[in-house]
Design a protein around this ligand. Structure first.
Ligand code: SF4
Length: 445
């Protein structure tokens, strides 16, 4: 028998102190529509997650007595009358959020930072935070406890001293120490997935691009974009030792701190050829907007193993206003996916999830068609980081979805071979044993 759980709205005062509101039951949002969380989409706040306030944006919940929606701008006078702000969770990677925090986004005076906003509540019975999210990946290598900076710093110093003229190494040392990029840290720890950023340019202008935003703008890019193209040697001097020696070695082009590596397809292909002349070990992955189909053929011929194609939607009417492609169109992305599979690459979508868009009936139908027709192997369900109102207006969206958990279950029912995930994989783990039945994953592994 399932336990009864009551979730209260989590709010913050003007000093950022977070607490539960005793009179308000938790609500969530699917797109911009208020809803009650479903029992099976609420899980205890995963380890490594954080809470943060949504500035100048009052929370919405359901009145505990009348059951009606209420926007609360202030605490009662008897409690000091302070202004209230909504609270969001940043859910640790491996989990896909299913609801946005319920808040009065339409009247807020500020544009929100490029973070992924997730509904959080306070469970009265268990006295702990719960979030609306689903675990989609078993991999625990990206949990914060594996990234201890005290061990990292001497490794970074030693490695940089060994290649003082390598600009890419210098860049990644800053990514590891200043931006706390876990992938960059992996390079210096000599393990798992390491990044190979290589492109200052991009042929899209995503509304929520994390490496470049028009200035001045409230939703500033969270990272500075790489400003040079590394040489084949600069790339290979990092990639080859990693492929040769690292545990579960993956090297990945296409990072949050660059444009799109497809713009440097010739350099990347030359680097991959050189890597594969030196070693067969490890996995070479290419994260991209997949805008240039001919580049996919080149990269496949050079020896890339897997490709991850970024999409906020599988419908052109939502894709184009978000990606704002400059010299390509949605059909090119589809053609690239077709060629990736034709060339035998393990093909993944980097599906930028937003409740209210990803779980719409028309989106689900198109997704199922795409996965079946093009033979996509895996969908990485990654939370799109953006102000909900900015996204909603950019897309001209309307209506609601059926719920993210239902969407995930439905797609898996219709295509049992599809794999969900959050992270790139080594070649050995492309098709792990039992993957067809491996759903749903328990929230705690
Ligand atoms: S494809 Fe990537 S780099 Fe290019 S604009 Fe979009 S998010 Fe930014």
């Amino acid at each position: 028998m399932s336990k009864t759980r009551t979730f209260l709205t989590v709010v913050a005062d003007s000093n950022g102190e977070v607490f539960e509101h005793p009179d308000l039951l938790m609500a969530g949002m699917n797109g911009l529509t208020l809803c009650r969380p479903e029992v099976d989409e609420m899980i205890p706040l995963p380890e490594g997650s954080r809470l943060f306030t949504i500035p100048q944006t009052p929370p919405i919940g359901f009145d505990r007595h009348s059951g009606k929606p209420r926007t609360i701008t202030r605490l009662p006078k008897s409690w000091g009358g302070d202004a209230l702000q909504a609270v969001s969770a940043f859910v640790t990677p491996a989990f896909t959020r299913t609801l946005l925090p319920a808040a009065d986004y339409l009247n807020k005076p500020v544009e929100l930072t490029l973070w992924s906003y997730t509904a959080v509540g306070w469970c009265i019975e268990e006295e702990r935070f719960y979030v609306a999210a689903v675990r989609v990946d078993r991999n625990r290598q990206w949990e914060p406890q594996h990234f201890d900076d005290r061990k990292l710093e001497p490794l970074v110093r030693k490695r940089v001293a060994s290649q003082p003229d390598n600009r890419l190494l210098e860049q990644l040392s800053r990514c590891a120490l200043d931006y706390h990029c876990f992938a960059a840290k992996n390079l210096f720890f000599g393990r798992w997935e390491a990044p190979l950023p290589c492109s200052p340019a991009c042929n899209a202008q995503c509304v929520g691009c994390i490496s470049l935003q028009d200035e001045p703008k409230a939703c500033q890019a969270s990272q500075d974009r790489l400003d040079f193209v590394p040489t084949v040697d600069e790339i290979c001097n990092l990639a080859i030792p990693h492929l040769q020696h690292a545990e579960n070695a993956i090297v990945s082009f296409g990072q949050g701190c660059e444009g799109d590596p497809i713009m440097q397809a010739d350099t990347v292909a030359a680097a991959i050829r050189k890597m594969r002349l030196q070693t067969d070990r490890g996995t070479i992955n290419f994260n991209t907007n997949a805008s240039i189909p001919d580049a996919i053929d080149k990269l496949a011929a050079a020896g890339v193993d897997s490709i991850r194609v970024s999409l906020n939607s599988v419908q052109e009417r939502f894709y184009t206003p978000y990606y704002r492609p400059r010299d390509y169109c949605f059909a090119d992305v589809l053609e690239s996916i077709r060629r990736a599979r034709q060339n035998g690459l393990f093909t993944m979508l980097n599906y930028l999830v937003f409740p209210g868009i990803t779980d719409r009936k028309d989106e689900i139908e198109e997704l199922v068609k795409l996965v079946e027709e093009y033979g996509i192997d895996m969908i990485q369900m990654r939370n799109l980081s953006i102000d909900p109102v900015v996204y909603w207006s950019a897309l001209g969206a309307e209506g609601t979805g059926i719920g993210m958990k239902k969407m995930l279950d439905l797609v898996k029912q219709r295509i049992p071979r599809i794999q969900y995930g959050y992270f790139n994989r080594t070649r050995e783990m492309f098709y792990p044993p039992g993957y067809q039945e491996d759903w749903p994953l328990p929230a705690r592994l």
